[in-house]
Every structure is written in structure tokens, then in C-alpha cells.
Write a protein that binds this ligand. Sequence first.
Ligand SMILES: Nc1ncnc2c1ncn2[C@@H]1O[C@H](COP(=O)(O)OP(=O)(O)OP(=O)(O)O)[C@@H](O)[C@H]1O
Length: 240
Amino acid sequence: MLNQIQPPLLELRGVGKQYQLGEVALDALAGVDLRIERGEFIAVWGPSGSGKSTLCNLLGLLDTPTSGSLAFDGEPTARMSDRRRSDVRNRAIGFVFQSFNLVPVLSALENVMLPLQIGGAPERTARAEAAERLAQVGLAAHMAHRPARLSGGQQQRVAIARALITRPALVVADEPTANLDTENAVMIIELMRRIGRHEGATFVFSTHDERLLGRVDRQLQLRDGRAVSDRQVAPARGVS
Ligand SMILES: Nc1ncnc2c1ncn2[C@@H]1O[C@H](COP(=O)(O)OP(=O)(O)OP(=O)(O)O)[C@@H](O)[C@H]1O
């Protein structure tokens, strides 16, 4: 039976993030109301300085709002201890970064294994699951390569495999295509979309590239720290 009372994956009410720069207070985000459900594929877009990274950091529980409330899976983050917040982050959230952030001395396979090993999984299990993930992103033939031997698009695919290895409910990707050419950017977005759809994971990625917006289900536009438009462009998939 459908569970009608399941809370949204993320719920933001009047969220603000203010930075104090000497005497001056800067509102990087102000009054953001947002509900994100399981299985959504969302682009956060807007010009430089509009608050995309700040929002990604809040959604990924890397940072906390200075006003308003944010709940992850129904649990208000304001009531989470630092320890609890990092537990939730490690268990339920994967990250993809603009500059890939792979460990240069490790192979693609070892990079993808890392989150499982940090979580205490036996090496054999981690190795098998990482191999499966790399195959899923089309890199079965590149598992032994170190990042320097991979193209930017391939490195980002390794990073996606790494973000997914713990089967997170949410993947937050801050400008994942900023260092890629258009062909690779489209490939990365399509890959995230396909995997999100297949596994019911929620993907939120930020971009300033409007050409990518046609490939998402929902477009959240930021300007000067405010959500100025929130468009559902494809039916929400949710998770059955
Ligand atoms: N740690 C910080 N300290 C002070 N101000 C900050 C900090 N982080 C961000 N800001 C400011 O907050 C505003 C929003 O920044 P943010 O990085 O979220 O925007 P963005 O849309 O991601 O920009 P970009 O596309 O250039 O990455 C900007 O004015 C920025 O200068």
C-alpha cells in the first residue's frame, strides 16, 4: 500500500544563509521554500553568485541555514548533532564535484571502493560492488587506470560511480559539468538521469548552462539568493 505519510526527502521553509563579511551581512540565500521528493531530477540554475553552491551545501547537509528550517527525510537538521548530521550524510547522500575530486594515487576501482571501505565493508565486497558501478557508468575497461590517465568525462563518471556506491537516497552535484565540453556535459547529465530513474535516487545538480535544462524534470532558478522560478517540466517520477 502506498505510504501517504512519508515525508518529502527534503523540505526547506524560509531558508536563509547569511555570511558576515566584516561589518557587512551578505544574504547568499534568502527565504527559500522548497520540497524535494524521492526520485526527482532537478537542476538548480542561475548566474554566478546567485546561491547555487550555497543551496547545494545546505541540501547535502554540508552546511546549516542561518534562518528558516530544513528537514531531511522528516528530520529537522537543527535538531541533529554534528555527529548525527555526518551519519545521515555518509549513509544517505552522495556528492559529485566540479573538479571530480578523485584521489590521484588510487585507481578508478580503488576510488569507487573508498566510501564502502570507510564504512567498514570487507575489501572483497567493496571491490565487487565498485566493479559493478564502474561497469554501470561504462568504464569496465578502465578500472585499473589512475585518474590522470582518464579524460575529464571519464573522471566524472568515476566520481558518479563513487557517489552511488553507498546507494544514497540523494546525490548532490555542484556544477558537475563546468569542466567538461558540451558533448561530455550532456553525457554526464544523461547518465545521472538514467541511473536516477533506474534506482529511484534523487539527483540535484547546479549549473549555469541553460542548454542542459531541457534534460531535467524540474528547473529551480535562483537569482540573488532567491528561488525566482520553480518549473516542473516533466511529470514527477517519484518512487513506487
Ligand atoms: N564562505 C563564504 N563567505 C562569504 N560569502 C560567501 C561565501 N560563500 C559564498 N558567498 C557569497 O554568497 C553568494 C552566493 O555564492 P554561491 O557560491 O552560492 O553562488 P553560485 O551561484 O554557486 O556562484 P558560482 O556559479 O560562481 O559558483 C555570493 O555573493 C558569494 O560571494
